[in-house]
Design a protein around this ligand. Structure first.
Ligand code: CP3
Length: 347
């Protein structure tokens, strides 16, 4: 796709890789890098619940920066949740610890009643957190803003709580396809507003999490999830910041994802990056895709697994090292330090 911004000599490695520019070393950050595997996060969390953390800008900014103080990470990601903007739209939900929606959304009336999101009014604390992170960034590491992709948000809104099969959400697509499309459009517009506001507040890249893409066959992915992401991506083109689309369990969906106008595709650990890059073509960068479980391997083994990911990613510009999904809470932070250092050494 056409680059949203052009890189200069001072472009940080993470942003250069998003734009498929040459980099002096392989940039790396880690999905869920701010969180429970860090003792300093657990210490704060013992005193303040998750929601209060996300709503208090100086605390949310502190948690965002914690992993950057400990590791030489190449990007920060905003500390928040994919459900936070929905709360701002009046959806009554709690984190237990996964999001639980008290009145799942399943009727036309509920969908029509969902208001538009006005970020400055509804989630001002998110924008303030972004400004604080940018002001206190310890070194030249870009800040990633994020949102849930519309279909993934639909899964939580329709089912009401995390689930393995998300049966109610999948049923909804087949039983009420028009209502589903309407809900997806509303969510696509709300997330476009939300991410554009994050970019204006200072987010230097934007990421959409499609954590539940793997629930769908390619046909349903193309019918429901993809048009919604296309709608959000089109609205964001004018922000001028790179857009990352993370597709979990998306190996069969990559031909469809290749049609999207996004800069980077995030890939879980189940597919090899060389095959993914072949399908996506030269116009997209990739991000991933070490199995979070690999962080439990002995140090020498971990290096072998890193080598394998780098080999698959190849030499062409446009690879950001990451895990294939979020880091597990029982991961040893020393293993993360070894991972980050090794990826950087291996130029
Ligand atoms: O470091 C970071 O990545 C930034 C913060 C972040 C959180 N959630 C904090 C959080 C991000 C990017 C998310 C995104 C998110 N939230 C996703 C997409 C990424 C993915 O993992 O697929 C999803 C599906 C959610 C929904 C969600 N929120 C779940 C399933 C849970 C509970 C279980 C879990 O994985 O932690 C949450 C709560 C949540 N969000 C916590 C954190 C740190 C745990 C809260 C606590 O401290 O108890």
């Amino acid at each position: 796709m056409a680059a949203r911004v052009s890189a200069s000599r001072e472009t940080p490695a993470f942003l250069a890789a998003c734009l498929r520019q040459p980099v002096p070393y392989r940039p790396i950050w880690i999905m869920r890098q701010a969180g429970r595997y860090l003792p300093e996060y657990r210490a704060l969390r013992a005193k303040v619940n998750f929601e209060a953390l996300t709503r208090t800008p100086d605390l949310a900014a502190e948690v965002t920066l914690q992993p950057l103080r400990r590791f030489e990470l190449d990007a920060a990601i905003l500390f928040s949740d994919i459900m936070t903007p929905l709360q701002g739209m009046g959806v009554d939900l709690a984190f237990e610890p996964g999001p639980v929606v008290r009145e799942p959304i399943r009727t036309d009336a509920q969908i029509e009643a969902l208001p538009a999101l006005v970020p400055q009014r509804d989630v001002p604390f998110v924008l303030e957190t972004i400004r604080l992170v940018r002001a206190n960034m310890p070194r030249l590491a870009p800040l990633i803003g994020f949102a849930g992709a519309p279909f993934t948000l639909l899964c939580y809104l329709v089912c009401g709580r995390p689930s393995k099969e998300f049966a109610a959400a999948r049923t909804f697509l087949y039983a009420q396809p028009h209502a589903a499309q309407r809900l997806l459009e509303r969510l696509a517009d709300a997330m476009a507003e939300y991410l554009a506001a994050q970019a204006r507040a200072g987010a230097q890249a934007l990421m959409l999490f499609e954590s539940w893409a793997g629930l769908l066959a390619p046909r349903e992915f193309e019918q429901f999830a993809l048009p919604a992401v296309r709608r959000t991506a089109a609205a964001l083109r004018r922000t001028g910041v790179p857009l990352i689309y993370y597709v979990n369990q998306g190996s069969t969906l990559m031909p469809a994802v290749a049609q999207l106008d996004v800069d980077v595709v995030g890939v879980d650990w189940r597919s090899g990056l060389s095959a993914v890059r072949r399908v996506l073509g030269p116009g997209k960068a990739v991000q991933g895709n070490l199995d979070p479980a690999a962080l439990f391997a002995p140090a020498a083994e971990l290096r072998r697994h890193v080598d394998a990911v780098l080999e698959e990613a190849g030499e062409a510009p446009g690879h950001i090292f990451n895990l294939g999904h979020g880091i597990w809470p029982d991961t040893d932070p020393d293993s993360v330090a070894r991972l980050v250092d090794y990826v950087h050494e291996r130029r």
